[in-house]
Design a binder for this molecule. Structure first.
Ligand SMILES: C[S@@+](CC[C@H](N)C(=O)[O-])C[C@H]1O[C@@H](n2cnc3c(N)ncnc32)[C@H](O)[C@@H]1O
Length: 253
C-alpha cells in the first residue's frame, strides 16, 4: 500500500516549481502542438486512440442515450472523445479545455461535421469550472486528467459539478504490466514515441513530457483509492492494451 504522502499531487512538467507554473507550461505546450495533435495521436497509437475512445462511448451508452442528460467532456482538446460520445448520444455534450488553440481545432471539426453532433465547446480550467453545483449527469476526460496541476482538487471540482448519481469516467495512460510484451511497449513509449512525436511536431519537449508524465502518474489502484477518498462511490477500473490504458469510473453518491 502506497502512503498518500508519497503520491504525486499533480503534474510538474519541465522546470515547473508550483501548480501555477505547471498549469501554464501544460497550456502552452498543448497550444504549441495543437496543429499536429490529431495526426500524431492517430499515428503514434497506430489508430488505437480511436478504439479506446469508442470503448468509453460504448460503456457510457446508457447515459449518452438519455435526451435529458448533460455531459461535460473535460480537457477535451481537439474534441475527439466528445465526437465519439456524440456519435452515440441523444444527450447534450459540452467540451471544455483551457487551451484556446485546441478548442479552435475542435470547433473546426464540429463545423466540418455540419453541426450534426449535439456538441458545444467552451474555454475553461478544469480546476475552476464555471458551472453551478450538480450540473452534469456525466463528466468524461481522456488523456487530460494526468495533466492537471492538482489531482485531488480536480476530482473534487468534478464531484462538485456532477449531479448526485452522476458518473465520472477517466481514460488515461498507465504503465503496462511486466513481461516481454509490456517491456516492448515500454521501449516504444519511452524511447521511440518521443523521437517521432518530437520530429513531426517540432516540439521535443512536449513528446518527452508524455512518457515522463505517465511514469509519474498514479498506478490504476492508486487513482481508484484517491477517487474513493475524495467521495466517489462504485469506483471501478479496467485496463486495455497490455495494461497501458486504464478507464476509471466512479459515481457521485
Ligand atoms: C492530451 S490532451 C487530450 C485531449 C483529448 N481529450 C483527447 O482525448 O485527445 C490534454 C488536454 O488537456 C487540457 N488540459 C490540461 N490541463 C487542463 C486544465 N487544468 N483545464 C482544462 N484543460 C486542461 C490541455 O489543454 C489538452 O488539450
Amino acid at each position: 500500500m502506497v502512503e498518500p504522502a508519497t503520491l504525486p499531487k499533480g503534474t510538474r512538467p519541465g522546470e515547473a516549481r508550483n501548480e501555477l507554473e505547471a498549469a501554464r507550461t501544460v497550456r502552452e505546450m498543448f497550444t504549441r502542438i495543437a496543429p499536429r495533435y490529431d495526426l500524431l495521436n492517430h499515428l503514434l497509437s497506430a489508430q488505437m486512440d480511436r478504439v479506446w475512445r469508442a470503448r468509453v462511448a460504448r460503456e457510457l451508452k446508457p447515459i449518452l442515450e438519455r435526451p435529458d442528460a448533460l455531459v461535460l467532456d473535460l480537457c477535451c482538446g481537439t474534441g475527439d472523445l466528445a465526437f465519439s460520445l456524440a456519435s452515440h448520444a441523444k444527450a447534450q455534450i459540452l467540451g471544455a479545455d483551457f487551451s484556446h488553440t485546441m478548442l479552435v481545432r475542435a470547433q473546426e471539426k464540429a463545423a466540418a461535421a455540419n453541426g450534426a453532433a449535439p456538441l458545444n465547446f467552451l474555454e475553461a480550467d478544469a480546476l475552476h469550472l464555471p458551472f453551478v453545483d450538480g450540473a452534469f449527469d456525466l463528466v468524461t476526460t481522456a488523456f487530460g486528467f494526468r495533466n492537471l496541476a492538482n489531482y485531488e482538487d480536480g476530482l473534487r471540482e468534478i464531484l462538485r459539478v456532477l449531479k448526485p448519481g452522476g458518473t465520472l469516467a477517466i481514460l488515461e495512460f498507465a504503465e503496462p504490466a511486466p513481461g516481454a510484451l509490456g517491456d516492448l511497449y515500454r521501449f516504444y513509449f519511452q524511447k521511440v514515441l518521443p523521437k517521432i512525436g518530437g520530429f513531426i511536431s517540432g516540439d521535443r519537449e512536449a513528446y518527452a513530457y508524455l512518457p515522463k508524465s505517465v511514469a509519474r502518474f498514479f498506478r490504476p489502484q492508486e487513482l481508484a483509492s484517491l477517487m474513493e477518498r475524495v467521495g466517489y462511490g462504485s469506483v471501478h477500473y479496467h485496463l486495455m492494451t497490455l495494461g497501458s490504458i486504464a478507464l476509471h469510473t466512479g459515481v457521485r453518491a
